[in-house]
Design a protein around this ligand. Structure first.
Ligand SMILES: [Cu+2]
Length: 689
């Protein structure tokens, strides 16, 4: 009976939702066949109830490591692989049987972008923007024409992305910096590395903007502006998306400024000005003095909303596409992530003429690293994937999948808008009034990252922001809440755990990250406000990763137990550049007294976490789930799978730990749980009788 009632309410909710969003597709499927639990609430739905991942078969023997995707007017999809091939895929939506693959071009140098225009395909090889033309209609390129040379030095990290073709026929191309010493430190060895370039139809290169470090993601914004996404690294505390205009120093990595003195450079900024500003303070402080430095429109907090930002795909009205055919998020951006095999959703707004907005997790669970997304002819999203040998949450080395909206509306924060005294969340379905009016269901925490030459950044200046009042709109689709202590330029984590839909569903994703570049103006909410309760003190302090022994637990003993006399096994374990330990096979006797000295000679923090056999990836996943609490917890999850661990050990530091080896023989694993390292940085500690 309950189930039936709920199904009716659910269906009603959907119809209401669709009605409010204007004409939309009819429900593609019946309501989910899940039964309501013993409580009055229905079983929580999952991402898969709303957006389904459909795998496309790939021909045997083909390493389809997708580097670029381009929709063709006839419904086919063209894709290039970083191995150097271009394929045409017929029937990618599998409406009439299996997809059919035809190799269109080969022998290209790591193409990482693809675009279609007027019967030709365009791709960026490392050192060239190339036009591919099939002259005789046999679906094989007969002409490989160099449109423009892109300078390369030969450094392994000099990827080239694009093109993205603008309405005027010019093409945006972005260039990765090279890496020098230490191995991760960006360097622009040749002109226009670390830049956005505009290539004109006559092949002329126009330097457009710099600050780029690893600009894998490029795309158009809501009004056709050029947007790009970057990856965490030196000078870049976390991934982000931002709009780029000519003359911007938009990413913040100064390597490309090596060419700012060139007469062709639209960015007149002294590289030394930036390098001298390296500090533990946030980027926006410097941006107030340096007008070219553009802080991100929207940050994607590291390890929470990805670790290696990739494609930007706008969900805008398209010719031939049914409005709303991919669900209720029109006007927003989808942003991929390679390392965590997932897609984020970014809702932008302009405040005082400048873009800012909120980012949410949208869909997890792809088979490999999400590198490229493109719209298929039926309105679904094609997702091209590769882990590039670096590893990704999705375990496959490559995949081509399609993300399909089921026609059901997930209960989500559709967007969050800045208000002069807080935020307004807009929902995809009406809320349940009782839970939406409960202030305890609103948690806001603000934080930011340091701007410095080191790799990445801890979360700094974290602060709890008390929520003091909430007003729900009469239609139940909006909740405006008053937040104390808003900070301009900061990321505000907005967690609405506990807010339910009128049909009793929890939010599919209950947390958004709003980058508050500008404070909104306008009327404040005139409602009685709750008293401020003291913010918990633990949110003020942010220990940098260190080898210090400030907190020694049962799993981390940094002084030899007095009863030992001396260790029975003493191991010195180090690190090497490229996310590896210097040894990956250790062996100890069961029950023996072990001392491990972990020497981190690398230039980024690492730790040593001994885990149960086969559990390195799982523990790595748990570490990622720590979110913005990760740094303070040394990225070590509180889990029985963790047996012993060091703290995060900074570059050039070391830490010794003492433990008794397990009694049970087996192949235990050790792993570094720093976000992004766990899938690569692993080893085995064999425990023998
Ligand atoms: Cu590590």
């Amino acid at each position: 009976m309950k189930t039936t009632n709920w199904l009716i309410r659910w269906a009603l909710g959907c119809v209401i939702g669709l009605g409010l969003l204007g004409p939309g597709p009819l429900l593609a499927n019946d309501p989910p066949a899940k039964k309501a639990g013993p409580s009055a609430d229905p079983q929580p739905l999952t991402e898969n109830d709303f957006y389904q991942i459909v795998k496309l078969p790939i021909p045997d023997g083909v390493s389809l490591e997708v580097g670029g995707l381009a929709a063709m007017p006839d419904g086919r999809i063209a894709l290039c692989t970083r191995r150097g091939d271009v394929w045409l895929v017929q029937n990618p939506t599998m409406e009439s049987g299996q997809p059919h693959y035809k190799r269109f071009a080969q022998g290209l140098h790591e193409p990482l972008g693809l675009a279609y225009k007027d019967g030709a395909l365009y791709t960026c090889q490392r050192g060239e923007l190339t036009k591919l033309v099939d002259k005789n209609g046999d679906d094989v390129a007969d002409v490989y024409q160099a449109i423009a040379r892109i300078p390369i030095s030969g450094n392994y990290h000099e990827y080239t992305y694009g093109p993205l073709i603008a309405p005027d026929g010019s093409m945006f191309v972005t260039t990765n910096v090279g890496f020098s010493t230490p191995w991760w430190l960006a360097k622009s060895f040749v002109p226009w590395r670390g830049w956005t370039l505009k290539v004109h139809p006559d092949g002329r290169l126009e330097p457009f903007a710099t600050g780029m470090r690893s600009p894998c993601g490029i795309g158009f914004g809501p009004e056709g502006e050029f947007f790009y996404a970057d990856n965490q690294g030196d000078w870049i505390g976390s991934g982000f998306v931002t709009m780029v205009e000519k003359g911007d120093f938009a990413g913040g990595n100064p390597a490309g400024l090596a060419w700012a003195t060139s007469p062709d450079s639209p960015v007149k900024l002294d590289k030394k000005t930036i390098e001298a500003a390296s500090s533990d303070r946030p980027q926006f402080e410097l941006a107030q003095a340096v007008k070219e430095l553009k802080t991100p429109a929207v940050w994607l907090p590291h390890s929470i909303l990805g670790i290696s930002t990739s494609e930007i795909l706008a969900y805008l009205p398209r010719e031939g596409a049914q409005p709303g055919g991919f669900g209720p998020f029109e006007g927003q951006l989808f942003v991929g992530d390679q390392g965590q095999s997932k897609i984020m959703r970014v809702a932008l707004e302009k405040v005082k003429g400048r873009y800012q907005g909120v980012a949410f997790l949208f869909r997890e669970g792809f088979s490999s690293g999400v590198l490229r997304m493109e719209w298929a002819s039926d309105g679904s999203m094609l997702v091209g994937q590769t882990n590039r040998g670096w590893g990704s949450t999705g375990p496959q080395p490559f995949a081509l999948e399609r993300l399909k909206w089921t026609g059901k509306i997930p209960f989500e924060m559709k967007t969050v808008r800045a208000m002069p005294d807080g935020f307004e969340a807009e929902f995809t379905q009406p809320v349940d009034l009782a839970t939406a009016q409960n202030l305890a269901n609103y948690q806001v925490t603000s934080f930011i990252y340091s701007y410095h030459w080191r790799y990445g950044s801890p979360v700094i200046n974290k602060q709890k922001c008390p929520v003091r009042g909430v007003q729900v709109s009469p239609d139940g689709l909006k909740a405006r809440f008053v937040v104390d202590g808003l900070r301009q330029h900061y990321i505000h984590e907005i967690m609405l755990d506990g807010v339910k839909s009128a049909t009793g569903q929890p939010l599919l994703h209950n947390t958004g990250y709003y980058t508050l570049n500008e404070l909104a103006e306008g009327a404040k909410l005139n409602i009685p406000l709750a008293e401020v309760t003291a913010a918990p003190a633990d949110h003020q302090h942010h220990p940098m990763p260190s080898g210090g022994a400030e907190k020694v637990s049962a799993k981390r003993t940094t002084a030899m137990p007095a009863s030992w006399g001396k260790p029975e096994v003493s191991v010195s374990l180090g690190t090497r550049p490229g996310l590896v330990y210097d040894q990956t096979q250790l062996q100890v006797q069961a029950g023996s007294k072990v001392k491990i000295v972990f020497n981190n000679v690398d230039d980024m923090p690492h730790n040593f976490v001994l885990v149960a056999p086969g559990k390195a990836n799982e523990v790595g996943q748990l570490a990622l789930k720590l979110g913005i609490d990760g740094p303070a917890m040394q990225y070590v999850p509180n889990s029985p799978l963790v047996l012993y661990h060091t703290n995060m050990v900074g570059p050039g530091q070391s830490e010794a730990i003492f433990f008794t080896a397990p009694d049970e023989p087996g192949e235990y694993m050790f792993v570094c749980t720093y976000p992004g390292h766990a899938f690569k940085m692993q080893g085995i500690m064999k425990v023998v009788k």
